[in-house]
Design a binder for this molecule. Structure first.
Ligand code: HEC
Length: 126
């Protein structure tokens, strides 16, 4: 066998390259960045529904534990999927997969803390 043949080097290349490709599938969405550009206007940078100047925004306060415990994860996911209050909470159905909506609920909405910005780089685990 001629080890310096182009065919042989291609096979070696693929051997190392293919596993890397499959690990990237499906593409990961940065959900914190998504939150920053799509949810902060109404839910605030930390999810407390307060603007940078302390003004009350339109959305639900995710840091209000008393109110949040009345929602199940499925209910929160449904609101993100379908929207609420005749569009005052918009629907994100076309822009997020079901898995991404659940990640948003469990990793971002449920973990919101007053004063702690939700903008650090973040990747889904799925
Ligand atoms: C245009 C304003 C607006 C935007 C943008 C917005 N929301 Fe909302 N959101 C609302 C309003 C209004 C409510 C209902 C508040 C209430 O009932 O007190 C709400 C409620 C919620 C709730 C609580 C669940 C429920 O049933 O009330 C969740 C979770 C939520 N939003 C997540 C998000 C996420 C995640 C994004 C971004 C992907 C987002 N929202 C973007 C306005 C908005």
């Amino acid at each position: 066998m001629n080890y310096s043949s182009p065919k042989y080097s291609l096979a070696i290349l693929l051997l190392f390259y293919l596993p890397g490709l499959s690990a990237q599938d499906p593409p990961k969405k940065d959900l914190r960045a998504f939150f920053a550009s799509n949810c902060v206007v109404c839910h605030g940078p930390d999810g407390s529904a307060r603007g940078a100047d302390g003004s009350r925004l339109k959305g639900q306060d995710f840091t209000n534990a008393k109110e949040m415990k009345d929602f199940t994860d499925a209910e929160l996911a449904k609101t993100i999927r379908k929207g609420k209050l005749f569009g005052r909470m918009p629907s994100f159905k076309g822009r997020l997969s079901e898995a991404e909506i659940m990640e948003l609920v469990q990793q971002i909405v449920r973990k919101a803390e007053k004063g702690k910005a939700i903008t650090a780089p973040y990747e889904t685990t799925k």
